[in-house]
Design a protein around this ligand. Structure first.
Ligand code: SAH
Ligand code: SF4
Length: 370
């Protein structure tokens, strides 16, 4: 008779201890297991040499470490690695390893798909399946770490999904990353489309994690068109919530600004950002849009348009960075690989596969949380 083996990742030590039930040594064994999984990144019970054989046999029968299986593994010429994973079904999600000279970062998904429906985003266009569990979120980190000879010190939640729609599981994964793996909260970045109640709820947690808002326009009429969420929480309301987050946590927030030609890259919008963000010692990160087949005629702006936009902000004393494109040759843009896998975009656009372009998540936020 086969039993369903429950995964151990994503549980706190207390939960693990409870799972081991009436074993007299449950406390000790749960502590040891946490060390094997989160500090030594072991991926099989056989590697856990200090556990008694009888206990390892028990674990083999009743549990797995992680439910994640790799569907596709791509390595770009610039050393970015992208994994498309699943748990044995058709629901795929993506995570990306981003090695730099001075650090290794990674980009994790928080949901399978995304319900927010941003009109420029491959994930948004592909629809929504479900939230990821805390185990599936931290499982992506552990999987990427097993592919990286260097320690992954930074995490950005800029993969598939809206992290703040899955706040409970996100926070559990974040706390495990900090308390068990040992990552600094300051090296963790959450990017949000702008859900005001959740931004304020996150502020109450008082964790010194880094929060980035996907702003993409200072004008409600433009942001409405790009991000349906703006109808509910318009520009000024969401920027005020970011201010509150900054005041409550003492962490400087940052703003992501996607640039789409003739839509939100105009000088008027650059100028309007200056009073909007006044008084926030923040950084604005410009991201030239990576082409996906949206069917609405969006285009990536030419270099000179990006430079002109940047200059207006810099002349006003703003701190501007620009996302460097990496992972170009491996369909690293958010949701693209999953879209190819499911054929969703192929169906929608009548093509056999979506064109490969660079990735929004192929680059961790270059604004390094300090
Ligand atoms: N849902 C969250 C986090 C995931 S998206 C959010 O929206 O912030 C991470 C970032 O990628 C966001 O800033 C998003 O606007 C951006 N993005 C989405 N599609 C993109 C594309 N085709 N090219 C460049 N950036 C993109
Ligand atoms: Fe979701 Fe972010 Fe894509 Fe918008 S940009 S659809 S919030 S993943």
């Amino acid at each position: 008779m086969s039993t369903v083996r429950t995964p151990l990742i994503g549980l706190t030590q207390q939960e693990l201890q409870a799972l081991l039930g009436d074993r007299k040594d449950a406390k000790l064994r749960s502590k040891q297991l946490m060390g094997h999984i989160y500090k030594r990144f072991e991926t099989s019970f056989a590697q856990m040499a200090d556990l008694p054989q009888e206990f390892r046999d028990y674990l083999e029968i009743h549990h797995t470490i992680s439910p994640l299986q790799v569907a596709t593994h791509r390595k770009s010429t610039d050393k970015v690695e992208k994994l498309l994973v699943h748990n044995g079904d058709h629901q795929v999600y993506e995570c990306v390893l981003l090695p730099y000279q001075d650090r290794v970062s990674c980009c994790l998904s928080s949901q399978v798909g995304c319900p927010m429906g941003c009109t420029f985003c491959a994930t948004g266009l592909g629809g929504f399946d479900r939230n990821l569990t805390a185990g599936e979120i931290i499982g992506q980190y552990l999987l990427l770490q097993s592919h990286s000879p260097r320690r992954i010190s930074h995490v950005v939640f800029m993969g598939m999904g809206e992290p703040l729609l899955n706040l409970k599981n996100l926070l559990k994964a974040i706390k495990l990353l900090h308390e068990e793996v040992g990552l600094s909260y300051r090296h963790l970045t959450v990017s949000t489309v702008g859900l005001v109640p959740q931004i304020l709820e996150l502020a109450k947690e008082q964790l010194p994690i880094h929060l980035a808002l996907s702003l993409h326009s200072p004008f409600d009429e433009v942001r409405d068109r790009l991000m349906p969420v703006n109808h509910k929480w318009p520009v000024q309301v969401v920027v005020d919530a970011m201010r509150e987050y900054q005041e409550a946590t003492g962490r400087k927030v940052t703003f992501e600004y996607l640039l789409i030609k003739d839509v939100n890259d105009t000088p008027e919008q650059a100028k309007a950002l200056i009073p909007l963000l006044k008084g926030m010692p923040n950084v604005i990160n410009l991201i030239p849009w990576n082409w996906v087949d949206t069917g609405n005629g969006f285009a990536r702006p030419e270099r000179h348009r990006v430079r002109a936009f940047r200059k207006i902000l810099e002349d006003a004393g703003m701190n501007v960075t620009e996302r460097v494109e990496r992972g170009h040759d491996i369909a690293a843009a958010c949701g693209q690989l999953a879209g190819q896998h499911k054929g969703k975009f192929a169906q929608r656009s009548g093509q056999t596969a979506i064109p490969i372009s660079g990735g929004n998540q192929s680059e961790a936020n270059p604004v390094l949380p300090t």
